[in-house]
Design a protein around this ligand. Sequence first.
Ligand SMILES: [Fe+2]
Length: 359
Amino acid sequence: MESFVQLRKGTTPRHVHRDLDGLKDDELGRMGFVGRQAQLYRRNDPTKFRAEGALRPSHFKADKLTPTDHTDPRGTPLPLYSNDDVRFLLSRRAEPMPFFVRNVGGDELVFVHRGTGEFETEFGRVPYEPGDWVLLPKGVTYRQVPSDAENTFFIIEAADEFRTPPAGILGRHFPFDPSVVFIPEPEVLTDGGPEWEIRVINRDLQGSIFYGHNPCDVEGWKGDYFPFKVNIRDYNAILSEGVHLPPTVSTLMTASGVVVLNFLPRPAESRPGVERLPWYHRNADYDEVAFFHGGTLLGFPMVPGLITHAPQGLHHGPPEELRELSRAQFGEFDRLEWVTISVDVRRPLTVNPELGGVK
Ligand SMILES: [Fe+2]
């Protein structure tokens, strides 16, 4: 049972995530980072393990994967990981869709890693650029029209509705000022034809319906269900100078069994002795998927387009060498310049076997 009073046994720092004095700070917790938890102060780096079997970490480089939409305008994104609540897909669409899509498998939250263009939707056009989060709600009809040939999109498809976190103690302008969101204006489109295809997709089920007119024929709309986008530069990062806060303060949106977080540039923790990098942990209740957009960490470039998966129960965290560097160069860096998307999911994920097995 949760308690305001927490036990302390053996040798521990006085304050959590500070003054480790050579110990390795390892968190074991429930419900992601908001349930009961314990810090275990170890002698050794818990990420130094060798794994066998199905439950192993994996990683891929986006530019080494080739979704069929990269080479074929009629192609599709590549599924990466899935469970009953969520699918992760990679798109590298190079040319405009010669069809519309209506995804009834769930909301699509599209992170634009590379490329510009627009989504033509029934609600109007949604232009995009790198760093955009584009939400295409379940059942909305849209067509993607890239402006560039080189594009990378990380797609999170949730069966449940994506919602911004409740205002709570952080108020109405977290995670972003709602008035900066781009919402499309209605526009009647007539190009294309003589027949317009809509691919109706529900996970692995797919069919097409055809119209004799462009389905983006809406003269006006009203309501509270619509596509929109927000850029990561408008995200309001939260920090404390005295302690590295848990990933939940980087929440962007949630759906049932899915928490989408973005770790974005911000001032570094400044109190002497504080650990600036995320502590070691094994997430007891969530698988974790990360997509590296770019940025730097202590001057080292993050690998753009790196996709990682940490199954629940397996330790992960920045390497000890980087932690030691962070302590040694405490006075030389006053910002964390990372740009990483992270998604925690409640049910275990299955890796698409077409990717060649767990790496
Ligand atoms: Fe994690």
